[in-house]
Write a protein that binds this ligand. Structure first.
Ligand code: FES
Length: 215
């Protein structure tokens, strides 16, 4: 019977790291860490973070907060918007320029004048919005009828939801110069419980530059 022959594993020769290599690896690791931090910082600042109930975020309002139909607008200064309820009186207002369809429903109108950015006001005696800076004037549905502004007011994207938060109706987005249903008011559907106004999402008003209003 022959005896098993055991052979010792070959010796692995290790070459010690030189000082130059060590410094090179440290430098590489530092650069990788710095790059990761920079990318993280860019992402952190680039992604907007808005809380609900502050400008840039979503405002959730009970339907009971809506203004009376065809009454003046209701101001939400924190969200920089007006809420309006448009009914028969607004639709049949003879001052409405013919170039823009007038629909009934609810709309959230951005509170900043589309001329040079002043905060315009509602003037009940004239039943219209008026800008104190250069005199632009807009009807309750945001359509410009006078002044140096060259388009209608901007609308904020709005949703109407039921008690479970299911979206029943939503503002259509798009180019208001090509699609006259973009930014249009929303009729309150059955089962509606609340309205959500997204102050971070605007629909730019259609071009409007004729005297008295019109394209
Ligand atoms: S900023 Fe409103 S009319 Fe000029």
């Amino acid at each position: 019977m022959s005896e098993a022959v055991t052979t010792a594993p070959p010796k692995v020769q290790t070459v010690p790291m030189t000082r130059r290599e060590f410094l090179y690896y440290i430098w590489g690791a530092s650069m990788a860490l710095l790059s990761a931090e920079s990318v993280g910082a860019i992402i952190w600042f680039a992604i907007p973070r808005f809380k609900a109930g502050e400008f840039g975020g979503v405002f959730t309002l009970a339907l009971s907060e809506l203004p009376e139909v065809d009454s003046g607008p209701k101001a939400y200064p924190d969200g920089r918007f007006w809420l309006v309820s448009l009914g028969d009186k607004t639709v049949s207002d003879p001052r409405q320029p013919k170039d823009y369809p007038v629909r009934k429903g609810v709309q959230a109108i951005y509170k900043v004048c589309v001329h040079l950015g002043c905060l315009y006001k509602w003037v009940p005696t004239n039943n219209r919005f008026e800008c104190p800076c250069h005199g632009s004037k807009y009807l309750l549905n945001g359509v410009r009828i006078d002044g140096p502004a060259r388009r209608n007011l901007d609308m904020l994207v709005t949703q109407i939801v039921d008690a479970n938060g299911k979206v029943l109706a939503e503002t259509k987005t798009g180019d208001t110069n090509r699609d006259d249903t973009a930014g249009a008011p929303l009729e309150i559907p059955p089962g509606a419980a609340a309205i959500k106004v997204n102050t971070g999402k605007r629909v730019v008003g259609a071009n409007n530059s004729k005297p008295g209003g019109g394209k």
